[in-house]
Structure formats: C-alpha cells, structure tokens
Write a protein that binds this ligand. Structure first.
Ligand code: FE2
Length: 198
C-alpha cells in the first residue's frame, strides 16, 4: 500500500504568528508531499514494497540506496517534526523529562542555549534533535535526511533547519527561527511521551 501524507495535528494557520500558514502550505503541502510522492514512485515494484516506513529507512540505509533513503527518511523526519510543534508550545517541560534535561544539561536554560547553538551551527541542510541514549539525553544534529534512530538513539523532539523550513518567515535568520521554536512552538508534551516510551 502506498505511503500517504500524514494529517497535520492542527490547521495550517494554527502556528501563526510564529510559523505562517504560507510556510505550512509550502513546507507541508509541497515539500513533505513531494517526499511522499517520490518515495511511492521508488518503492513500487522494488524490494521495499510492503515494508513499513521505518523498515524502508533502515533497509535503504543498510543497502546504501540513497534515493530511497533520502525520501523515506524525510517522510519520517517531517512526520516527527509536525508533532514536535504545537500552537500551545514553548515553555518549560516538567516531570520526568524536565528532571532528565536538568540532569543532562544543568538546567533548562543551559539546554536551550546548547540546542540553539547546535541548530544554528548545523552547516547546510539538516535537523536538530533532543534524543535519549542509554540513560541520558543528548542534543545531536544530522545532515540532510539522516535520523538519529540509525545511531541507536531515540528522538524526543526535532527542529527542521533546512532553509525551506524558515525562509518565507525568517529569510536567512536561522537563529531567530530556532529561538521562536523554543519560545513558542516546541511541543514538550510530545517529547515527554517519547521519553516515557524510550
Ligand atoms: Fe523540511
């Protein structure tokens, strides 16, 4: 069965004024949709047909099949991204996740500073992540379509730092986009669910 574009968990203008409906129209409606369409074209009739999305990511990574991997991983990454954002996001996580962030980074403020530096410092296209690894948390960045699950890490929350994610709203101001994510959009409830399941 063909892969489909996930339904957004909110309306396309729900993240305004922090992320515009125009950005969602292009980023979700065109970029994400294109990854889904290209993936379906590549998988049809191939050895990947019938696999789950995650199985396609792992198998194509193993096979060094860059075309399939890039599109499959970008679908996984964007599915995860939309859940990582919320109209009621930002703020400070509490509970077990808040305690784990304090333990790993010293404080939530120190985490924010480190995440912002990592996201701004990722050269070129990629992703910034908070992940669980063993019994600690880490901030990692990945290039292009790569996903930390391939390193045995469990993604908790992510931010897309490809230019297509922010250029319409922030032009070249990636640090401003990252700051706005931390201040207004980061879905810590989603991250806490992922942490609880890790
Ligand atoms: Fe993207």
């Amino acid at each position: 069965m063909a892969f489909t574009l996930m339904d957004l968990p909110y309306s396309r203008d729900a993240l305004e004024p922090h992320m515009s409906g125009n950005t969602l129209d292009y980023h979700y409606g065109k970029h994400h949709q294109t990854y889904v369409n290209k993936l379906n074209g590549l998988v049809e009739g191939s050895q990947y047909e019938g696999m789950s999305l995650e199985e396609v990511v792992r198998a194509s990574a193993e096979a060094g099949d860059a075309g399939v991997f890039n599109n499959a991983a970008q679908v996984v990454n964007h599915d995860f991204l939309w859940h990582s954002l919320s109209p009621n996001g930002g703020g400070t996580p509490d509970g077990d996740l808040g305690a784990a962030i304090d333990a790993a980074f010293g404080s939530f403020d120190e985490f924010r500073t480190a995440f912002a530096a990592a996201a701004a410092g990722q050269f070129g296209s990629g992703w910034a992540w908070l992940v669980a690894e063993g019994n600690t948390l880490k901030i990692v960045t990945t290039g292009n379509a790569d996903n930390p699950m391939l390193q045995g890490q469990t993604p908790l929350i992510t931010l897309d730092v490809w230019e297509h994610a922010y250029y319409l709203d922030f032009q070249n101001d990636r640090p401003g986009y990252v700051q706005s994510f931390l201040d207004n959009l980061a879905n810590w409830d989603f991250a806490a669910q992922n942490f609880a399941a890790a």
